[in-house]
Design a protein around this ligand. Structure first.
Ligand code: NAP
Length: 496
């Protein structure tokens, strides 16, 4: 491997460095190889591929997007065991893909990037790892994921609590919950999966709910062998099935994010019916009725959540948490909730719009200054003006509210590899999207946000502190993917 001098230690150089080996980073690696770019490394701070599916192993963890859609279109798996596969099965799928596409020669584990800086004169990125190791690259694909670092609120008295505290994304499998008193804080996508999974084994489960979610039924079924055999023998049948799921999510769920649309109203009725048909206790129904518009927070899918809440050993607490105590929680209404274990299902520190380390673009200007605030801006979610040769996977405004995120990230991987191929083949020094192109794109997206339920007045991780949505794409996945078909150099400033 050639070495380039600039850091205190000699740097390892590659044409391309991909940061992160989750679904996005692996996809980028596969595409780079298919594009004929072979000198690349995928740097991963953990010890395995998989990202979110490696980290989230809490009981009940699964994807709420059907597996035949929540998988690479070019690597369909006829053997999914259920409609919505569990985290271990998805993790095994990602591992298989990394193996099959020969990425192990490119993967380096235990390398967490701590800083990145662009060298304008040479058109080279300098990356410094947490252990001081140095890397350089002509181009960087930043595939660090958006929901990575657990966010545990700093509740008063946490140190006083004598039991165990664990976040859903850092599940401690050494702790048995059998026969214990457990409190789960949060009722988001992770909580509604873990609650039904642990409710039967614990002695008492207290669900601490700040906002009631809208929950739609999840038609999760074991898939019959006949279907698997058919898909194995007739891959086009699986493609047709995948397209049908995409069409349903795009046609029925996607438009429902338009505020007060007939589909949104229909979906709200369905979610409330789903709750009322299961929960007969009027007081509990009142607690479980959301007080905001459907779609404002993520709409959840589960058929076992409401039944779990009606169990004798489960209570739903809606008073706020005043503090942790030695033996549990004290609520704002003065009651004490006893707990041996407290599960924080409180979500993640959002970095969809910004890498979790400083990035210095051209002329020494930090990415944070270019964005001038917490919310990110990137042309098509992948390229930011003033940050040449740097491409985001799952960057600003590219998350879906209604379908598989892989539709978006596959389109990004294709677009980004076209851009990098141009950079390398034409021996360009730097390419960075033109500022006016990025700004116009950003303003158009933000304008469309006004018609969505995301900005209809609730608090959610979709929004930054100014109430702006820098996470989701306000349109259909197909629209986004079509817009990403061709990289156009004319939209970029070029240094030759
Ligand atoms: P989340 O959606 O952010 O939910 C966090 C929960 O914790 C919310 O109910 C929140 O209440 C509550 N909370 C936060 N701080 C609190 C506090 N100080 N006191 C009381 N309650 C508090 O996090 P998540 O459930 O981990 O899900 C995050 C994202 O991960 C999802 O939106 C989804 O994109 C992804 N995910 C996907 C799947 C899947 O199946 N595809 C599964 C799990 C996660 P408020 O609502 O009032 O803020």
């Amino acid at each position: 491997m050639p070495q380039v001098e600039k850091h205190a230690r000699p740097a390892i150089h590659h044409d391309v460095i991909v940061i992160g080996a989750g679904f996005s980073g692996i996809n980028a690696g596969i595409r780079l190889k298919q594009q004929g770019i072979t000198d690349f490394a995928i740097l991963e701070r953990a010890d395995d591929v998989g990202g979110t599916w490696r980290d989230n192993t809490y009981p009940g963890c699964a994807c709420d997007v059907p597996s035949h859609l929540y998988s690479y279109s070019f690597e369909q798996n006829p053997d999914w065991s259920t409609t919505y596969s569990g985290s271990a099965e998805i993790q095994a799928y990602i591992q298989r893909c990394a193996e099959k596409y020969g990425l192990h020669d490119h993967l380096q584990f235990g390398v967490g990037i701590a800083a990145a800086e662009f060298d304008d004169a040479r058109g080279i990125w300098h990356l410094t790892a947490e252990d001081g190791a140095c890397y350089t690259a002509r181009a960087v694909v930043c595939a660090v994921g958006g929901l990575v670092e657990p966010a545990t609120p700093n509740f008063a008295g946490m140190d006083d609590f004598k039991g165990e505290i664990m976040h859903t994304a850092r599940w401690n499998h050494d702790i048995s919950l059998a026969g214990k008193k457990v409190a789960v804080i949060g009722t988001g996508a992770s909580a509604i999966q873990v609650i039904p999974a642990i409710a039967p084994e614990v002695a008492q489960l207290s669900v601490i709910q700040r906002s009631a979610p809208y929950v739609l039924p999840k038609l999760d079924k074991a898939l019959p062998d006949l279907m698997k055999t058919t898909f194995r023998r007739l891959p086009f049948a699986q493609t047709a099935f995948r397209r049908a799921i995409l069409a349903i999510t795009e046609g029925l769920v996607g438009p429902a994010v338009i505020l007060n649309s007939p589909l949104a109203t229909g979906m709200k009725k369905l979610a409330l019916w789903n709750m009322r048909s299961t929960v007969k206790d009027a007081a509990l129904r009142e607690k479980l009725t959301p007080d905001y518009e459907i779609g404002c927070k993520r709409v959840l899918f589960a058929s076992n959540y409401y039944p779990a809440l009606t169990r004798d050993n489960v209570t739903v607490e809606t008073a706020g948490i005043e503090r942790f105590t030695e033996n549990g929680l004290r609520l704002s209404d003065g009651r004490e909730i006893e707990a041996d274990v407290i599960v924080t299902a409180t979500g993640f520190k959002i970095n969809i719009a910004s890498p979790p380390f400083p990035v210095i673009g051209e002329n020494g200007v930090p990415l944070a200054d270019i964005w001038d605030g917490p919310g990110g801006k990137a042309y098509k979610g992948v390229a930011t003006a003033g940050v040449p040769n740097w491409f985001f996977m799952l960057g600003p405004n590219t998350g879906p509210g209604h379908t598989s995120v892989l539709i978006y990230t596959e389109a990004q991987a294709r677009y980004i590899t076209q851009a990098i191929a141009k950079l390398l083949d034409d021996e360009l020094t730097a390419i960075a999207v033109k500022p006016d192109i990025m700004q116009r794109y950003h303003e158009k997206l933000q304008n469309r946000m006004r018609y969505t339920s995301w900005t209809s007045g609730c608090q959610s991780w979709y929004l930054d502190e100014h109430g702006e949505n820098h996470t989701l794409f306000p349109g259909l996945a197909t629209e986004y993917a079509l817009s990403m078909r061709r990289f156009k150099l004319g939209e970029y400033e070029v240094v030759r």
